[in-house]
Design a protein around this ligand. Structure first.
Ligand code: OSB
Ligand code: MG
Length: 369
């Protein structure tokens, strides 16, 4: 395919409800959309780098720079339109995985649309619907948290994740378990603990949690391995897993028993699929994480989560859990209690709504070969 133009847009969308993690509270999300036009077909990708370098060292500004000055010129100079060829060529540049993933996803969408198939088919997905889940932020009070969870359960969600941090961990789990003894519950610390406060994590071992996500810092595989040995609840790594090599190291060291795959964090679908296959071969289940994506990134995630070793419920919720005005049509909805259908149309299988995208856009730049 011949790429005619690439367009980057920076969007800001307000959340329905603020989202607080161990990093702090946010009321809206700033992110990058990547649009590629080739042979009359339009491919869409979403870059998940955030405004502040808290979850990752990348930001919306660093990823814009990497896309504009390195990755888009690479596409044009090498006349690349195939996503796997792009992955290979872009591997000469270190890191910057969210920037790479956004562009690679747009190329995957383009490729699937050109072939007239949904992305899930191109990826070898085996599911028509996937298990949804909600990630609940830290609230002002424990009653607020329990109330918020109640509204999600009423909407049909069957798996709840709560964010934890020192001081909002044991009491939060106790409050939720007290009111909802039977729900599927997991927690995510976003690396807020160190080995010296491991006792606070160990204290969560009796809440029948499905998993405990990323208690320690991203680079700290060794301490995760030490902690996992002392606990029956499986640890799950998010921020620590950046590539197939870090995934293999984590599995060989016993740093976790479950891996959360985020395509943005690992630099694209080629890498996500490699991690998926590695975990499948090791008998380790994976699930699809989220970065509060708009409908475009979320649609991409639905296709990824259709792969066979995505065995646990995902951080994938309906459009309205995140945004009043998602930028796709139709909105993503629960298709039955706790399930979401994988879109069936070509490519991402959802339609970006230009007018809503324009309304949320704060900056735009166009590139041509
Ligand atoms: O750690 O999983 C995380 C959102 C932004 C950054 C990091 C994380 C999250 C979430 C949101 O938990 C999950 C979702 O998109 O529903
Ligand atoms: Mg996480």
């Amino acid at each position: 395919m011949k790429i005619d133009r690439v367009e980057l847009s920076l969007l800001r969308l307000p959340y329905v409800h603020f989202f607080e993690t161990s990093f702090g509270r946010a009321y809206d999300r700033t992110f990058t959309l990547i649009r590629i036009d080739a042979d009359g077909i339009v491919g869409w990708g979403e870059g998940v780098a955030e405004e502040l370098p808290l979850y990752s060292s990348e930001t919306t500004e660093t990823s814009w720079h990497i896309l504009r000055d390195f990755l888009i010129p690479l596409l044009f100079e090498r006349k690349i339109s195939d996503p796997a060829a792009f992955h290979e060529a872009a591997s000469v540049y270190r890191g910057n995985r969210m920037a790479k993933a956004g562009l690679e996803l747009a190329l995957w969408d383009l490729k699937a649309k050109a072939a007239g198939v949904p992305l899930s088919k191109l990826y070898g997905g085996t599911r028509t619907e996937v298990e949804a889940g909600v990630s609940c932020g830290i609230e002002d009070s424990l009653p607020d948290l329990v109330h918020q969870i109640g509204t999600y359960l009423d909407q049909g969600y069957r798996r709840i994740k709560i964010k934890i941090k020192p001081g909002w961990d044991v009491a939060a789990c106790a409050a939720v378990r007290d009111r909802y003894p039977k729900i599927v519950l997991q927690v995510d610390a976003n690396g807020a603990y160190t080995i010296s406060d491991a006792d606070a994590i160990r204290a969560l071992d009796d809440f029948r949690l499905l998993l405990i996500e990323q208690p320690f810092a991203p680079y700290d595989l060794w301490d995760h391995a030490k902690l996992q040995k002392t606990m029956k609840t499986p640890l799950c790594l998010d921020e620590s897993i950046l590539s197939r090599e870090t995934a293999r190291a984590a599995l060989e060291m016993g740093s976790c028993r479950i891996i959360n795959i985020k395509v943005g964090r690992v630099g694209g679908m080629v890498e996500a699929a490699a991690i998926h296959d590695l975990c499948r071969d090791a008998g380790v289940p994976v699930w699809c994480g989220g970065m509060l994506e708009s409908g475009i990134g979320r649609a991409h995630n639905l296709h990824i989560a259709s792969l066979p070793n995505f065995l646990l419920p995902h951080d994938l919720s309906a459009s309205r859990r995140y945004y009043q005005e998602d930028i796709i049509d139709p909105f993503i909805e629960l298709s039955g209690p706790g399930m979401i259908q994988v879109p069936v149309g070509p490519g991402i299988g959802v339609n970006p709504v230009e007018a809503r995208i324009a309304k949320a856009t704060v900056r735009r730049e166009e590139f041509r070969p």
